[in-house]
Write a protein that binds this ligand. Structure first.
Ligand code: ATP
Length: 237
């Protein structure tokens, strides 16, 4: 087995007396697209936030060659770990181009940044057409694309995507997933959190199922798509 790019061991997240993530372990290898699926409140967002060090947790988090539990979230961006949060977190009053520039704020390589603008615009032509538009006036799907584009401007090695389909019309969900496929095809490593289990499993090679803070199933996407428990609970069958 290749060395994992990211590995969580016995990860716990607690909010006061509530235990949201109850000692889960999982790994993502370089160039893999892995999903974390599960119902509302299963602990998926808490897991991603803990990995990006936006909330406290206990247990071990290994990223590349180091332990990152004590690394502040802003330092992780410079080390190539980028979270696209649920709700997207774009700057509504800034333009599309300004939002993208914010994704590269920690970089000093002007030529590389200019190249990445072109790369992101090639991947997301809708953003290129709207680069001078104020981000708050974009459609929900366009905002999701902007959030992904902004993360790509940091040249991440690992992209954590939280519910990219949330609140989008079916056609827009398709478009956002096309973008995810295109980013994956470039060799990006992605950990995708999704409630839309079918879409997630179709784009990922492996998946973990989370229920009430625990990982209850871990398998290849093909096996999960065929699993009667997954079909009954998450695929509406
Ligand atoms: P969703 O798909 O609805 O976002 P999720 O699987 O991502 O669900 P989390 O958002 O991680 O789940 O929530 C897990 C549990 O932790 C839930 O019971 C939730 O109410 C609780 N929780 C999340 N954030 C907080 C918080 N800031 N304070 C207290 N409890 C929280």
């Amino acid at each position: 087995m290749a060395l994992a790019l990211l590995e969580a061991l016995n990860l716990h997240v607690r909010y006061g007396g509530i235990s949201a993530v109850k000692g889960i372990s999982f790994a993502v290898e370089e160039n893999e697209i892995v999903c974390l699926i599960g119902a509302n409140g299963a602990g998926k967002t808490s897991t991603l936030k803990a990995l990006a060090r936006m909330i406290p947790s206990s247990g071990e988090i290994h990223y590349r060659t180091e332990r990152i539990e004590a690394v502040p979230s802003h330092d992780l961006i410079g080390r190539g770990l980028a979270l696209v949060p649920e709700g997207r977190g774009i700057f509504a009053r800034l333009t599309v181009a300004e939002n993208l520039a914010m994704g590269a704020y920690h970089r000093r390589d002007a030529t590389g940044i200019a190249d990445d603008f072109e790369r992101v615009f090639a991947l997301l032509p809708r953003l290129k057409e709207r680069k001078a538009q104020v981000a708050g006036t974009l459609s929900g799907g366009e905002q999701q694309m902007l959030a992904i584009g902004r993360a790509l401007m940091g040249r991440p090695k690992l992209l954590l995507l939280d519910e990219p389909s949330m609140g989008l019309a079916p056609l827009m969900v398709e478009k956002v997933f096309e973008v995810i496929r295109a980013v994956a095809a470039e060799g990006m490593t992605i950990l995708l959190v999704e409630q839309n289990a079918r879409l997630a499993l179709e784009v990922c090679s492996r998946g973990y199922v989370m229920e009430s803070g625990l990982i209850t199933l871990a398998d290849s996407s093909a096996a999960l798509l065929a699993d009667s428990r997954v079909r009954a609970a998450y695929l509406g069958e």
